[in-house]
Write a protein that binds this ligand. Structure first.
Ligand SMILES: Cc1cc2nc3c(=O)[nH]c(=O)nc-3n(C[C@H](O)[C@H](O)[C@H](O)COP(=O)(O)OP(=O)(O)OC[C@H]3O[C@@H](n4cnc5c(N)ncnc54)[C@H](O)[C@@H]3O)c2cc1C
Ligand code: SF4
Length: 327
């Protein structure tokens, strides 16, 4: 598993990074951004969609700002975990990503933009060649998707990053910058239901930071995760439940988001609104968990079978929302 050759660029400012990406785009040269490299570089070693150029964001210090409501794309996961400056739910979820060593290098931007995963894809080049490739990395063969065959237009690889559901529940906005300028959107609008394109980033565009609304500190909640080994594995399912405490036992507002299930993280607005409209305590939490289980549609491309992951979404929703019935 040798690292393939590529040209590494190391801009020192955001302006320089965007100018580099613009120049590469104009000359038709493909590139990837690299932040901590904990996802991109293992993928490169397995020769998965390698590009001739890589632009490192490691020296762009303006992307590392961290406060209660501003999280730079280059903030390391261990900083979220340890800084004491962010929402406790964010510290908790950061501490559940991978292992200590990976969290020292891995960043918030890299976590949000994590490549989707599939057991037909996250394999060595030799292994993939032996099965004649698949659509997401077809090596020019026009290979089909192995999970949903007879369609060469959609990859259903799974989004298995932990931070997004918690950030969605806290009302995060994501901020992008590129050769055409800067733009922002609610985090749930950033993702695209295609395991190949993954998100709305245009060529040359990058994530600069995320912001949280001022009222995010008023939200409480929990994140629960299913994985093979607690020491470092990706989520096979993850559920965040957050609520704004109200008068008495009924929460003033409620949000639920999932990960590790489909090609994008799920933001379950309708399910939360329906249950909140007629809140009855424990039985409402049961109903919420069942409606989220019904809403998710996992496919067979990660370690655990889809039926088990769906069942566990219900269990995880109840666990993450257990504080709702203790009001
Ligand atoms: C053994 C192992 C276990 C892991 N377990 C988990 C886990 O439990 N949960 C989890 O969530 N992740 C897990 N990961 C994945 C990964 O380590 C983390 O998600 C990490 O946060 C990725 O951040 P990074 O900075 O290293 O990303 P990189 O590898 O640098 O980049 C990842 C992707 O994001 C893109 N990118 C990076 N920054 C930007 C930006 N600012 N703008 C646009 N695109 C950008 C890159 O081009 C690349 O496609 C695991 C990885 C390994 C190797
Ligand atoms: S979902 Fe299909 S196209 Fe995507 S990585 Fe898996 S086999 Fe390949």
């Amino acid at each position: 598993m040798r690292m393939p050759p590529f040209t590494l660029h190391t801009p020192e400012t955001l302006e320089e990074a965007i100018s580099l990406s613009s120049d590469l785009g104009d000359s038709g040269e493909e590139f990837d951004w690299v932040a901590g490299g904990t996802d991109l570089l293992p993928n490169y070693k397995w020769h998965l969609n390698v590009k001739p150029h890589v632009i490192s964001l490691a020296k762009v210090s303006e992307l590392s700002k961290l406060s209660e409501t501003h999280i730079g794309a280059m903030v390391r996961l261990h900083e979220l975990e340890d800084s004491g400056r962010v929402h406790p739910l964010l510290s908790k979820v950061a501490a559940m990503v991978a292992s200590v060593m990976i969290r020292r290098s891995g960043t918030v931007g890299g976590n949000i933009c994590l490549d989707t995963r599939c057991f037909w894809f996250n394999q060595t080049e030799e292994w993939r060649e032996s099965i004649d490739w698949c659509y997401k990395c077809d090596c020019g063969t026009g290979a089909d998707c192995r999970v949903i065959p007879n369609q060469n237009t959609l990859c259903v690889a799974t989004y298995q990053a932990d931070l997004a559901p918690v950030l969605m529940c806290l009302g995060a906005t994501i901020h992008l910058a590129g050769p055409s300028g800067a733009r922002s959107m609610p985090l749930n609008e950033f993702f695209e239901l295609d395991g190949k394109t993954r998100n709305v980033l245009q060529t040359g565009e990058l994530v600069t930071h995320l912001t949280l609304p001022d009222d995010s500190s008023e939200w409480v909640g929990d994140y629960q995760k299913l994985r093979q080994r607690d020491s470092w594995d990706f989520p096979e399912a993850g559920v965040a439940v957050a609520w704004k405490p109200g008068e008495g036992e009924t929460p003033a507002d409620l949000r639920v988001a999932t990960t590790g299930i489909e090609s994008i993280p799920g933001y379950h607005v309708e399910e939360a609104a329906t249950i909140l409209g007629d809140w009855k305590g424990q039985s409402s939490l049961e109903e919420l968990a069942e409606s989220v289980r019904t809403a998710v549609k996992p496919v067979l491309n990660t370690w655990y079978p889809p039926s088990y992951r769906r069942k566990m979404v219900k269990v995880l929703t109840k666990r993450a929302g257990s504080g709702l019935t203790e009001v």
